[in-house]
Design a protein around this ligand. Sequence first.
Ligand code: SF4
Ligand code: SF4
Length: 223
Amino acid sequence: MNITKQKPFEEILESLANDTNIYIVGCGECATQTQTGGEEQVADIQARLQEAGKTIVATDVAHSTCHELDMKRIFRQNKAAAATADAFLVLSCGGGVQSVREATSKHVVPGADSLFVGNTKRNMVFEEKCSLCGECVLDEYGAICPVTRCAKGILNGPCGGTNMGKCEVDSEKDCAWVLIYNQLKSEDKLDKFMKIHSPKRWNAVERPGRINGRTADEEKGAA
Ligand code: SF4
Ligand code: SF4
């Protein structure tokens, strides 16, 4: 899921300095899980903005704010409120913010910073394990990603700074290469550990990414 953290309230207020009527949008998926843009956080920011003199014309926690058609549908349903809004404050990842961008031509303000795509360890504990490099090489590394989990992202490790299984960059974190070694050893595949890997194809994924999985007939139907 997309891990976000809410922006400081003063920063949000500054972005909304020239706007009076605010429409707040939250997200029922990732931002709810990370407690940055769920029902509770939307209600909290609503109260704080009202206290700061703003008028809240509507609040909505979309099922998934990154679903562009759904955002357009929500604003169609709340046409009157959307029409009176000076600005839309979006408590979600940057994808959700830009989904709202597609659904209105008015001022759109991000209420959160997007950090990484994270795994959920337990409630409110998230860890980055994949950085979406476009060409997954996990099979070479015992399904532990050096690109993401090694602080230096090295494909032929360890770097030499590993200390008692911890990373020299952050001693609170495990050295990914110790984890890789232990895993490959347990699978009796240390030959993989000795292999020299060539540089990754960093252009394996183009930015901005786009996939159109629709058939030609489906595209024709949509036209
Ligand atoms: S190699 Fe790492 S960053 Fe790339 S897709 Fe696999 S897990 Fe993600
Ligand atoms: S100590 Fe391990 S995880 Fe940290 S940078 Fe070196 S190889 Fe990577």
